[in-house]
Write a protein that binds this ligand. Structure first.
Ligand SMILES: NC(=O)c1ccc[n+]([C@@H]2O[C@H](COP(=O)([O-])OP(=O)(O)OC[C@H]3O[C@@H](n4cnc5c(N)ncnc54)[C@H](O)[C@@H]3O)[C@@H](O)[C@H]2O)c1
Length: 433
């Protein structure tokens, strides 16, 4: 099949390369000329494990190419995928301007029947808006389908190649047939395709992200209660997770969720409910709890150092919103850094791949270091913000020698408090005794 993918971000590039890998001819187009120039030079603009090889193989086999020419990309494609951003508008709703601009560009470029597939996360009713935007400028017949993407950054290639489920929302029989054929190689072992109408498909994506965010905020609430009651959330979490109705995943307390999806999707779901005259009361609390949680480590620092916090140096390990990605969009680290700087604290930080993204936001207000031990050198305390694998078993003796004061703020509960206290550290976790 001939595919056009508009948007070469985390979703568009992974999907484009994944579809090419099973034999399709895919052109990925973007309005960002610099991104396309880098891709044409063989560079991958984002960090995503396995993506470089997947892209390189398919470019070499001439199944995957890149372009800034949207019209030429769309012309002749049977499937046109919209994978552009849907950031938060100032009122929290999803800003659809990129999606609708893409739809209009597609309408102007269509040369024959195609199914226009929305992979971007979009509010309920967007499929109809896309249909209108295309029909306004095109007389060529076409179909619209919602196909929300469920990949996780950090494991995006695996998720795409072996999806838990493929949701297709469309009332057009031909579109459903084309998408069934397109996804057949990815669901061979187990048919995990689910067809429904577009509105339900659009809402499935928001409901899924909202539910995952709810689990995180719920556990953070329980963790904070554990601290008040003298219980240990790590025991509580394990005990809860053994119930198969609950399960152990996504029950980890920490410093809040971030990234390019949960925060904006939670806010967009709230805005959608409000616009429909309803309310998502649980989700409103999820959002509030998360905003509060991003500040808990700094609250612990303020309580520990008291008036001595101003003028101190704090080292931060991990800045990406989660391990395995360079994405810092809405990462809790940004809140931590802003609050520390506002409190007159000097920040030294290290992330295996996200240093550049943080430098782009904070410039020289944050000292970004080349290694984790380097960040700790001369600091008055160390905060672990992202649980990269390499931070799980550091050389604590070395760390103790580098720190001026051996104080650890473990924002992800990856270290053993008893072991560290025995080694002479002052340890603060989340919801632990
Ligand atoms: N990142 C994730 O993990 C993830 C997972 C599932 C769903 N989603 C959703 O997928 C969508 C894309 O997310 P992302 O993280 O890949 O975004 P991104 O910001 O990384 O990439 C979006 C790309 O679209 C390009 N673009 C904007 N307008 C365009 C146009 N008219 N034509 C062509 N290209 C255009 C931008 O230049 C940018 O390169 C969002 O709606 C997001 O919510 C993201």
């Amino acid at each position: 099949m001939r595919l056009a993918v508009l948007g070469t971000g985390y979703v568009g590039l992974v999907a484009g390369a994944g579809f090419a890998d099973v034999g399709n001819e895919v052109v990925c187009a973007d309005v960002d000329a610099e991104k396309i120039a880098r891709l044409m030079r063989g560079e991958i603009p984002i960090f995503e494990p396995g993506l470089d090889r997947l892209v390189a193989n398919n470019v070499r086999e001439q199944r995957l190419s890149f372009s800034t020419d949207i019209a030429a990309t769309v012309a002749g494609a049977e499937v046109v995928i919209i994978a552009v951003g849907t950031p938060s508008a100032p009122d929290g709703s999803a800003d659809l301007s990129y999606v609708l601009a893409a739809a209009e560009a597609i309408g102007r470029a269509l040369t024959g029947w195609a199914v226009i597939v929305t992979k971007s996360t979009v509010p309920v009713g967007t499929a109809e808006k896309i249909r209108e935007a295309v029909a306004r400028v095109s007389e060529v017949p076409f179909a619209v389908a919602s196909n929300p993407e469920f990949l996780k950054e950090g494991d995006a290639v695996n998720d795409f190649m072996k999806p838990d489920r493929v949701i297709v929302g469309s009332d057009d029989a031909r579109a459903c047939e084309v998408l069934r054929a397109l996804y057949a190689p990815f669901v061979r072992t187990n048919d995990r395709m689910l067809f429904m109408e577009a509105r339900s498909a659009e809402l499935t994506k928001y409901a899924s992200n909202a539910f995952l965010a709810t689990r995180i905020s719920f556990m953070n609430d329980i963790a904070n209660l554990c601290e008040r009651l003298g219980a240990d959330v790590e025991s509580v979490r394990r005990g809860m997770g053994m119930d198969p109705r609950i399960g152990p995943k996504f029950l980890f307390p920490g410093i809040g969720y971030g990234g390019s999806c949960f925060p904006k999707d939670v806010r967009a779901a709230l805005a959608t409910a409000e616009a429909a005259g309803g309310q998502l009361e649980i989700l409103a609390a999820v959002d509030r709890v998360n905003e509060r949680q991003k500040g808990v480590l700094v609250d612990k620092m303020a309580a520990h150092y008291g008036a001595r916090l101003r003028g101190r140096t704090i080292a931060l390990w991990g800045l990406a919103f989660k391990p395995g990605t360079d994405d810092v969009r809405e990462a809790p680290s940004l809140t931590v850094i802003e609050r520390l700087l506002a409190a007159g604290v000097k920040v030294r930080a290290f992330d295996p791949v996200a240093n550049a993204a943080v430098r782009a936001r904070f410039g020289d207000r944050v000292e970004l270091c080349d290694g984790n031990y380097e960040a700790a050198r001369g600091a008055d305390g160390l905060a672990l913000l992202t649980e990269w694998r390499e931070f799980r078993r550091p050389n604590f003796q070395r760390l103790k020698e580098l720190l001026v004061e051996p104080v650890l703020f473990d924002g992800r509960n990856i270290w053993d408090p008893a072991e560290l206290r025995a080694a002479g550290f002052v340890y603060f976790g989340i919801g632990r005794r």
